[in-house]
Design a protein around this ligand. Structure first.
Ligand code: PAF
Length: 279
């Protein structure tokens, strides 16, 4: 497995692979790799000749009071995992090369940003879209894999790819959960034992809300009230959102329909956790 940190070297490697007719798949990450990342890598490996993973904690997608500085970093551990997992190339750029002092170009996906996390993390998706487009231009993949836990991110990337005619196939991969149902996330490592116990109620709440819908309830307000009650009982009081929305536009819906997105973001201590299921 090769590890490259220079943008030029990565572009040269990608050009050579493409000239040889190789199909390149790509998994962008911010490191702190866990089982869910490795699933994305497994998916990427299945679909291409060469699998590239990037590790870059992207400063432009963090707000001023967010966890950029403390974001779980373990480069050595990550590289060992990727090597064992049969990744061909790891791209680990330096922040200064990705964002030189005079950097001033950003990508904004406008309407999708006006919902869910976009309302609570101003500028987050602008940072995500910008870094993903930059990484696409550097790694030059044919296919890129994104997890469905970050559902809004997936939609933003799909929209950007469509709107800007980017020649990359976006593949989504299902949420990976631990045995308690908690969606795997690098941020789970911040949770205390008590917080982890409360966090297991996030998925239970979503499932219960889906059960209410399956039993014939379709007033979003009533389904959300039932969910809110369960969260409070689990000592989760800080809820950024609990929404039933259109799975494509992410607009909130008053009446829930089969296939809608049920999405949640809560804060436990200083940790922000998100999850979602489809009705
Ligand atoms: O999902 C992530 O880890 C990040 O948002 C991504 C896509 C790697 C961009 O920094």
């Amino acid at each position: 497995m090769k590890v490259l940190s220079s943008v030029n070297k990565m572009q040269e490697a990608a050009n050579e692979l493409r000239e040889e007719g190789k199909i390149i798949s790509f998994v962008p990450t911010m490191g702190g790799l866990h089982e869910a990342h490795l699933r994305l890598v497994g998916e990427a490996r299945k679909r291409a000749d060469v699998c590239v993973v990037s590790i870059f904690v992207n400063p432009t997608q963090f707000g001023p009071n967010e966890d950029y500085m403390k974001y779980a970093r373990d480069l050595e551990g990550d590289i060992t995992k990727l090597d064992r997992f049969g990744v061909h190339l790891v791209f680990v750029p330096e922040t200064e090369e990705i964002y030189p002092k005079d950097f001033q170009t950003f990508v904004e996906v406008e309407k999708l940003d006006n919902h869910l996390c976009g309302l609570h993390r101003k500028g987050h998706f602008r940072g995500v879209a910008t870094i993903v487009l930059k990484l696409f231009n550097i790694v030059k993949p044919h296919i890129a894999i994104f997890g469905e836990k970050d559902y809004q991110q997936l939609k933003v990337i799909q929209r950007m790819v469509k709107d800007l005619n980017i020649d990359v196939d976006i593949v989504s991969s299902p949420i990976v959960r631990d045995e308690s149902g908690l969606a795997l996330s690098s941020r789970n490592s911040y949770l205390s034992t008590d917080e982890k116990k409360s966090a297991t109620c996030i998925f239970k709440t979503l499932r219960k809300m889906k059960e209410e819908f399956d039993m014939g309830l379709n007033l979003s307000k009533t389904i959300k009230q039932a969910g809110g009650k369960l969260l409070t009982e689990a000592n989760i009081f800080d809820i950024d959102y609990l929404e039933i929305c259109d799975p494509e536009t992410l607009e909130s819906k008053d009446l829930a329909e089969r296939g809608d997105l049920l999405a949640i973001a809560v804060r436990l201590g200083g940790t922000r956790l998100i999850d979602n299921i489809r009705l």
